[in-house]
Design a protein around this ligand. Structure first.
Ligand SMILES: [Zn+2]
Length: 299
């Protein structure tokens, strides 16, 4: 039997199937959700000035809201940790790297936006930058929306040099500049619309789970990986502009994948690109990074 979502033409036949009318309503509900999802996607698409790529950012998530969420998360994290005092030599070194990177956000933002023929974004000017060093065995770091950063001391022996540390911190700062937090929230909203559509269409829970898993692998995970690649590029340009050696990125990501030994810390987990591919991409970016270094590094 033909399964016509609108029940046109052979409506009688569908209805005779038993529960057919209900089936038609479900199809309509499903179509409604799909149309909503489509509208949501189309009306919240925007071009990112740093990469020129089309991204999804819910226009109702403003940079102020994102900053407020970042600040709240930062307070919560710090309240559970004991950051090194600002006078600690390691904390001072990390603060100095952060200071040099932040000083170049302006020129790197302008240069990348110009490369894509776009106006330079200004949202980062409201950031209230801060960095804390957290004693921990984790080789990890983060920068939240709004510019609040943390470096875990476990990263120091893996980075080995200020240059490599600058590459990691540049990568983290790039996530905040690129508004990846807002993008992730927007994707989750789209995934929720999909989930509601699945439930409304009468899929059984197992089918729904399969669809969600497919969406995760086919859409959300590649998206997360593309965020990592974007952060690698923007971060590398920041590090180079701040007079650090971008070539250190290669050895760094090799050590990072070795040190994680398959058990990667949260930020550097499965969402991060395959180490081989990542190193290849970074090598391809090296000429551009060296140009940035030549152009913007003034010591
Ligand atoms: Zn990352």
């Amino acid at each position: 039997m033909r399964n016509d979502p609108f029940g046109r033409g052979d409506g009688q036949q569908v209805r005779r199937r038993g529960g057919g009318l209900f089936g038609n309503i479900r199809w309509l509900v499903l179509l409604g959700f799909l149309a909503y999802g489509g509208c949501y996607y189309l009306s919240n698409r925007t071009q990112d000035p740093y990469t020129g790529e089309t991204v999804l950012i819910d226009s109702s998530i403003g940079p102020e809201q994102e900053r407020a969420l970042g600040l709240q998360a930062y307070k919560e994290i710090l309240s559970q940790e004991r950051p090194l005092p600002k006078s600690d030599p390691t904390a001072q070194q990390i603060t100095e790297i952060a200071r040099r990177l932040i000083a170049k956000v302006d020129v790197v933002t302008a240069e990348l936006a110009a490369e894509h023929g776009m106006a330079a974004p200004e949202h980062w000017r409201q950031f209230e930058w801060d960095v804390n060093v957290i004693p921990s065995e984790q080789a990890n770091a983060f920068c939240l929306p709004g510019g609040k950063m943390a470096v875990y001391t476990g990263l120091v022996p893996v980075a080995r040099s200020a240059d490599a540390m600058a590459v990691v911190m540049g990568h983290e700062i790039a996530h905040a500049l690129l508004r990846h937090g807002a993008q992730r929230m927007s994707q989750q909203k789209l995934a929720q619309i999909g989930q509601m559509a699945g439930a409304a269409s009468g899929m059984d829970p197992q089918q729904q789970q399969m669809v969600m898993a497919a969406m995760g692998y086919g859409y959300l995970l590649p998206y997360a990986r593309s965020h990592e690649t974007q952060a690698d590029e923007v971060g590398l340009m920041l590090a180079a502009a701040a007079c650090y050696d971008p070539n250190e990125a290669i050895g760094l990501w090799q050590r990072m994948s070795e040190s994680s030994g398959g058990e990667a810390p949260p930020e550097f987990s499965s969402t991060h690109p395959n180490p081989g591919t990542r190193i290849q991409t970074l090598q391809g970016l090296m000429p551009k990074a060296m140009e940035y270094r030549q152009k913007f590094c003034r010591q």
